[in-house]
Design a protein around this ligand. Structure first.
Ligand SMILES: [Zn+2]
Ligand SMILES: [Zn+2]
Length: 414
């Protein structure tokens, strides 16, 4: 059966490339993925999936859950993220999507994190699962998740209980060859660390008055300036690396008015969930005290949060053996790695593990033209069928029917 999976994924390579290139042209940022969702839903319905869209999935207008019922058995969940970034795509001849006419048609938005590829992989898996359905048991649940950037979408899906009955959870990311030290590999079968993160807004309010009588007001500009300096002075932590970035500051009305409203958009990260919590606690305190120091008030709104990824070691080991023993076209690299970014799939992985399930976040190294989130980012599409092979084979390994049970399906052609 594994050779069937490899063969079908290989045959589907041109279809996956076509999906990827179609989707690359319609990038949409978090919670705006309407055209993307229409595209995915149409494909999945054609394949015979039961498709849920929007509200019941995320409480927003976007997000898809597609289910394939294969009788009694465990629930296997695969997650593919679908959102793009607010980036203007490189339109020069050196950039392959421009050269081959599949650049973004949405000004100011671009698939610069490879999520167009992730969707194509998901559609490839969906197709192979329908062809394998008589050989599978349980339920296959495919999640096409919006708003991964900023770590917003996964939490909305987890809150609605979609991971509560998962026995297996798999997700992954296309990455560059830096994860394999430049060497060749198609999959790293399990991330055991990523940067935990909290994204939040600090909203400052003060009192406005004439600039010639500032004693009558309370300036948010002073409070925010003080906060920015103090935030950058948070002490390092002896147990690992921590990060803080202030991405945007906005406030004030004009030069002769004491400013009464202001906003700081920022994020903290840590190599462990505990280190991120340290940064979050320090940052929240500094924001509150800086506001108070200048007679202002502050409110913190958490926009997104993700703990560190921690794949189930035994599952990673099984996927590694699966590649080495049964998938000759797939070269696997080691058993685990640290993902040098943040990923809200960690919330789904945690929920799955919290009730006894197992999960893994895989990396799919391939040639890339620029770092993730760069306007010239592009990746080698030959990774698409390989990633679909690994995901599909891992699910089959988990919930494929035993050979004895196959006798009644023998007459069916696959
Ligand atoms: Zn990204
Ligand atoms: Zn990404």
């Amino acid at each position: 059966m594994y050779s069937f999976i490899e063969k079908r994924a290989c045959e589907l390579a041109p279809v996956l490339t076509r999906h990827r290139r179609n989707l690359h042209q319609i990038p949409e940022t978090g919670w705006n993925e309407k055209e993307t969702c229409s595209y995915i839903a149409a494909e999945l319905r054609q394949l015979g999936y039961e498709v849920l869209l929007g509200g019941p999935v995320t409480g927003h207008e976007t997000g898809i859950i597609a289910s394939l019922s294969c009788g009694n058995g465990p629930v296997s969940v695969l997650r593919f993220d679908i959102d793009a970034l607010p980036t203007e795509e490189d339109s020069t001849h050196a950039h392959l999507p421009a050269r081959e006419h599949f650049c973004s048609r949405n000004p100011g938005a671009m698939h610069a994190c490879g999520h167009d590829g992730h969707i194509a992989i998901g559609l490839g898996c969906a197709r192979i699962f329908t062809e394998l359905s008589s050989r599978l048991s349980g339920t296959i649940r495919l999640i096409f998740q919006p708003a991964e950037e900023g770590c917003k979408g996964a939490g909305a899906i987890v809150e609605r209980g979609w991971l509560d009955d998962a026995s297996l959870f798999l997700a992954g990311h296309i990455v560059g060859r830096e994860y394999t030290g430049g060497g060749h590999a198609d999959v790293i079968p399990g991330v055991n660390a990523s940067l935990a993160t909290t994204k939040f807004d600090a909203i400052f309010s003060g009192h406005s008055c004439h600039g010639a009588a500032p004693e009558n007001g309370a300036s948010v500009i002073s409070a925010m300036a003080s906060a920015v300096l103090a935030l950058n002075g948070i002490p390092r932590h002896s147990e690992g690396a921590t990060f803080l970035n202030i991405g945007r500051i906005q406030g004030g009305q004009g030069r002769n008015i004491v400013a009464d409203r202001g906003l700081i958009e920022l994020e903290v990260r840590g190599t462990t969930t505990a280190l991120n919590q340290y940064m979050e606690d320090q940052a929240f305190r500094i924001i509150q005290e800086s506001a108070r120091m200048y007679g202002c008030e502050s409110e913190i709104q958490v926009i997104g949060r993700a703990p560190s990824l921690d794949s189930t070691p035994a599952l990673c080991g099984r996927i590694l053996s699966l590649c080495r023993d049964h998938l000759p076209s797939i070269q696997a690299f080691g058993t685990s790695a640290a993902f040098r970014a943040s990923e809200d799939a960690s919330l789904m992985l945690e929920r799955t593990k919290s009730h006894g399930g197992q999960g893994a976040f895989l990396l799919f190294p391939t040639d890339t033209t620029a770092p993730l989130h760069n306007s010239s980012y592009d990746f080698d599409e030959s990774i698409l069928p390989k990633a679909a092979t690994v995901f599909t084979a891992a699910v089959y390994q988990f919930c494929g029917r035993k050979p004895q049970a196959l006798s009644r399906h023998r007459s069916e052609s696959v």
